[in-house]
Write a protein that binds this ligand. Structure first.
Ligand code: PLP
Length: 396
């Protein structure tokens, strides 16, 4: 990927950079100076790819969803990240970053988590590598996501409930950054999406780019062509989307369609649709679009999906939307729920509620009969069953 790559200062156009407190300057500089050399090195690539294959279960299948395709009159391929170990794409990133942390000689791992998916993926790789793991999680999310908290604990991680602010993801991230500031020597911070100060957005995008690397090869096997007409993904911070589009971005014939979470609706005040309603600001070390009021105070986001419930957006995605390389739809809770039930009914696959936002695009946008779509099914719906069943009962 060349045309949309990060520049040497960590920017994608107007977005990105590294806005960190003085005490973290050395850590960020160390990462900036070393991440490319390490992750492009042969020993790293060997270890990373071996674990992706034997531990995560990659390559994830590219599945032609026949009944879904019939319904929408085009060819819909699903990139099955839901079949990965721990149930989503997040493990691709945590495997990569734990190897990097080890290479940098760090022994203590910290992470933030919202729904707990990134926390579980981090606790998992820490167990795998025998490293200490602390996960910061908003106290409200700790309550809402019991099962993931228990998984993290079983995996040997310490989960620290955060009681500041809204007691959700943003506050957990603030606390993780605070921890990093007090332990800059031995601690590595595994960020869970294409957000945060440079080089995290680029690093996470590269670690997730395995998704489109495989998809290209797999589509060639299925269809005799490398390039689909459309690639589709949901965006929270933007990591599964970045991975799904990475190797297609320089091919302008491939349309990029992204779904952000509208919550109850973009204009209701109950939304997480940052690209639609955000303005330029700084959050968690990065200059990007941010949901904020006139005084620059962060507006608390809302979405039924905890994984998309973030007031910022990765700087790559802010840039792609601004220059028109991506088309971004805001998908409501209701549209996502409908799409989740539809996939379950037609294909026997229960998607994560985040991924269901991407599926809802099929109903929103018209496609031609010979269009080939590759849609990132970022995760499985096990964690969302209770929500789905409650809504189903309410509706019937
Ligand atoms: C965390 C999560 C997301 C959102 O994160 P991105 O960084 O935007 O990919 C999407 N889908 C699933 C299944 C998740 O767990």
């Amino acid at each position: 990927m060349k045309n949309y790559a990060v520049d040497s200062r960590g920017y994608y156009g107007d977005f990105g950079g590294a806005y960190v407190p003085e005490v973290l300057y050395e850590n960020i500089k160390e990462l900036q100076d070393n991440y490319l050399r390490i992750i492009e090195s042969e020993p790293f690539q060997l270890a990373y790819r071996k674990l992706l294959q034997d531990y995560v279960g990659r390559p994830s299948p590219l599945y032609l969803a026949k009944r879904l395709s019939e319904k929408y009159g085009c060819k819909v391929y699903l990139k099955r990240e839901d079949l990965n170990h721990t149930g989503a794409h997040k493990i691709n990133n945590t495997i990569g970053q734990i190897l990097l942390a080890r290479e940098l000689g760090k022994t203590r791992i910290i992470a933030e988590t919202g729904a707990g998916q990134h926390g579980v993926a981090t606790a998992t790789v820490c167990a795998l590598m025998g490293m200490e793991c602390l996960v910061y999680m908003g106290a409200l999310d700790v309550e809402r996501q019991r099962v993931n908290v228990e998984k993290m604990q079983m995996l040997g991680a310490t989960v620290i409930p955060v009681t500041s602010g809204n007691q959700t993801l943003k506050d957990a991230t603030n606390e993780a950054i605070r921890d990093w500031c007090s332990h800059p020597q031995d601690t590595y911070y595994i960020i869970g999406s294409t957000v945060g100060p440079h080089p995290y957005p680029d690093m996470v995008a590269r670690l997730q780019s395995i998704i489109s690397e495989e998809a290209k090869r797999q589509l060639l096997e299925h269809e005799g062509v490398e390039l689909p007409d459309y690639v589709i993904a949901c965006v929270g911070g933007g990591s599964n989307a970045a991975g799904m589009i990475y190797h297609y971005l320089d091919h302008e014939s491939v349309h990029v369609i992204l779904a952000e979470a509208a919550g109850l609706g973009v204009d209701t005040g109950q939304t997480a649709a940052t690209i639609h309603s955000g303005k330029l600001g700084i959050i968690h070390g990065s200059k990007t679009l941010l949901m904020q009021d006139e005084d620059g105070q962060i507006i608390e986001p809302y979405s039924i999906s905890a994984g998309l419930d973030y007031p910022g957006i990765g700087p790559l995605h802010a840039h792609l939307a601004k220059v028109g390389r991506s088309e971004v739809f805001a998908v409501t809770d209701d549209q996502a729920i409908d799409a989740a039930f539809e996939l379950t009914e037609l294909e026997g696959i229960i998607p994560a509620i985040e991924s269901a936002h991407a599926l809802a695009i099929l109903k929103t946008k018209k496609f031609a009969p010979d269009d080939i779509l590759v849609l990132c099914l970022s995760g499985r719906g096990d964690k969302d069953i209770e929500t789905y069943l409650q809504l189903k009962n309410k509706r019937s």
